[in-house]
Design a protein around this ligand. Structure first.
Ligand code: NDP
Ligand code: OXD
Length: 310
């Protein structure tokens, strides 16, 4: 049998991953975190938030597969071995992410929270309506998820713009890049959606200056990483009315501590990092293909660049 596949995750038991990998590869020597056995056998690690130094303890490791689309959970390990890193490419997860942004944006756009409050007060009150063509959507990050999200907002008729590191062209979407582009994107975003990777360059990017650059009353949806946000700055922007609300799926500390002000803030919706969940059924075809390629010496798909951080 070929080298072992280690399943490094505390979130799930890996039963489904073993099943889908065996369907694509035949019998696999699949080892869970609590039964890694002889580490010299391990060829591939499927990993989500591995403990620092663990992957470095597999002397014959040839491939690290991120079980999430983000890879910051791997690159934060300063002992990470120098082997190729690929990430899952999961159409199911990508669709969930854009659904999440669309759901909260439409809920805000159509004043659903205000109507729910009116219902609780038995009040028949019609809110001022903003036309779709006047509600500008700004998306930070125009990668796999950002592009899918941008296309769907644009298809609904929202003026949609996005920001990336390098110049991009996307039909029906205004595109910006670089530092100057960041300010320009913020200035035209009534609803700001964050779907950037967390890297050295993007950590803390959503600070007091960034929130001040948004139009007054803008709405913020963070489905990327908590580390992009300076929490004190976000809370101050909400309290001053600079922001009308925020939807937060990701946090600087996860799980969000019970005493964190976000839990009870009247303008904040909290979800527990569920905007997009990896589904082995939709994520496995790319992983299986990459393991086959690794074994026959082919070029790997969905590789990330550790220097860029994504
Ligand atoms: P990609 O790697 O496909 O795309 C990243 C995008 O961000 C690219 O457009 C890239 O620019 C841009 N970018 C990177 N660095 C910078 C920078 N310094 N300045 C401007 N733009 C930058 O990522 P995905 O779309 O697949 O995923 C994005 C993130 O979403 C993940 O890293 C993860 O953190 C998060 N995520 C969260 C989930 C959840 O459940 N909450 C689920 C899945 C992902 P360029 O195009 O020029 O390279
Ligand atoms: C991911 C995540 O990166 O779920 O896939 O956060």
């Amino acid at each position: 049998m070929a080298g072992a596949i280690a399943y490094i995750s505390r979130d799930t038991d890996g039963v489904l991953w073993k099943k889908v990998l065996e369907a694509g590869l035949g019998p696999v020597d699949f080892r869970r975190l609590d039964a890694l056995g002889d580490k010299t056998d391990i060829e591939v690690a499927l990993a989500w938030k591995p403990a620092s130094g663990l992957l470095a303890s597999f002397p014959n490791l040839k491939l690290i597969v991120s079980l999430g689309m983000g890879v910051d959970h791997l690159l934060s390990d300063d002992k990470l071995p120098d082997v190729p890193i690929t990430r899952i490419m999961d159409d199911g997860l990508i669709g969930q992410m854009s659904e999440y942004a669309l759901y909260w944006a439409l809920r805000h756009h159509r004043d659903i929270d205000k109507y729910a409050a009116s219902q609780r007060a038995r009040t028949w009150k019609v809110e001022d309506f903003v036309d779709t063509i006047h509600r500008r959507i700004g998306i930070l990050g125009l990668g796999t998820i950002g592009q899918d999200t941008a296309k769907k907002f644009a298809a609904l008729g929202f003026p949609t713009a996005g920001w990336s590191r390098t110049a991009k062209s996307l039909p029906g979407v205004e595109t910006f890049h670089g530092r100057d582009g960041f300010r320009r994107l913020l200035a035209g975003s009534d609803i700001l959606v964050n779907v950037l990777p967390l890297t050295r360059e993007t950590r803390g990017i959503l600070d007091a200056k960034a929130f001040a650059a948004l139009p007054k009353g803008a709405y913020f949806i963070n489905m990327a990483r908590g580390g992009h946000v300076v929490d004190e700055a976000l809370l101050a922007a909400l309290d001053s009315g600079q922001l009308s609300g925020a939807v937060l799926d990701v946090f600087n500390t996860e799980p969000l501590p019970a005493d964190h002000p976000y839990w009870t803030h009247p303008k904040v919706h909290v979800t527990p990092h569920i905007a997009g969940a990896t589904n082995p059924r939709t994520a496995s075809p790319g992983v299986i293909e990459n393991i086959k390629r690794l074994r026959r010496g082919g070029e790997l798909m969905h590789r990330i660049d550790p220097k860029a951080g994504y």
